[in-house]
Design a protein around this ligand. Structure first.
Ligand code: GRF
Length: 195
């Protein structure tokens, strides 16, 4: 993650119950000094920081990041408010989940809430998807709608979306851990193949 880490906190809280089925084995960030790292430290989860600026190329950074992640042997990587596009080294090594504060394919990119407000939609929401090499273009796993209220500004609307987004992300990660999942083309299904 890259920021306040409230999505991470929701995952840490859920994973505190063994029945949830998933545990957070490590938390990585692309910058120092963010609240998300402090949340991980308070939960006793190992952290690491891999900054793009510390590498000569984006590909070098991505390979270093993939190596740091691999050291923790995760079954799944979750971008919980991670504000960088991942490259092939990371995407080909792990299944990667992403979460976005809009109903994709509408309003992809770094300003999904602002763009939805500017367009004037009356309903927006959030999307949990698999990450691919594009910007918010991966196969969609789950979405939930959030109404736009009269007088909403970007901050107020984003806060209401994030409340829903946290529940959606926690639900998807838990089901993936407990039920398994398959992907055929862009078609994501919970449940193990052959069941
Ligand atoms: C989320 O809305 C995420 O979708 C977006 O940034 C927000 C991250 O929030 N990319 P937090 O750091 O989990 O509080």
């Amino acid at each position: 993650m890259s920021g306040s880490g409230t999505n991470l906190q929701a995952l840490l809280d859920a994973a505190a119950d063994p029945a949830y089925g998933a545990e957070v084995v490590a938390v990585g960030a692309d910058r120092d000094g963010i609240e998300g790292l402090a949340r991980a430290e308070r939960a006793g989860v190992p952290t690491f920081v891999e900054k793009l600026a510390d590498h000569p190329t984006r590909d070098d950074w991505d390979r270093a990041l993939a190596g740091r992640i691999a050291g923790h042997r995760p079954d799944l990587v979750v971008c919980a408010g991670f504000m960088k596009i991942l490259g092939t080294p990371t995407l080909s090594a792990f299944p990667v989940l992403n979460t976005h504060p809009a109903l994709l394919p509408a309003f992809p990119g770094a300003h999904g809430v602002r763009d939805a407000l500017a367009y004037g939609v009356r309903v927006t929401g959030c999307t949990v998807m698999l990450a691919d090499a594009g910007v918010d273009t991966g196969p969609i796993i789950a979405q939930e709608a959030v109404p736009v209220l009269d007088g909403d500004d970007e901050a107020a609307l984003h806060e209401r979306i994030k409340t829903v987004e946290r529940g959606l992300l926690v639900g998807v990660v838990g089901r993936m851990a407990r039920e398994g999942w398959t992907i055929t083309g862009r078609n994501f299904r919970f449940g193990r193949a052959g069941r």
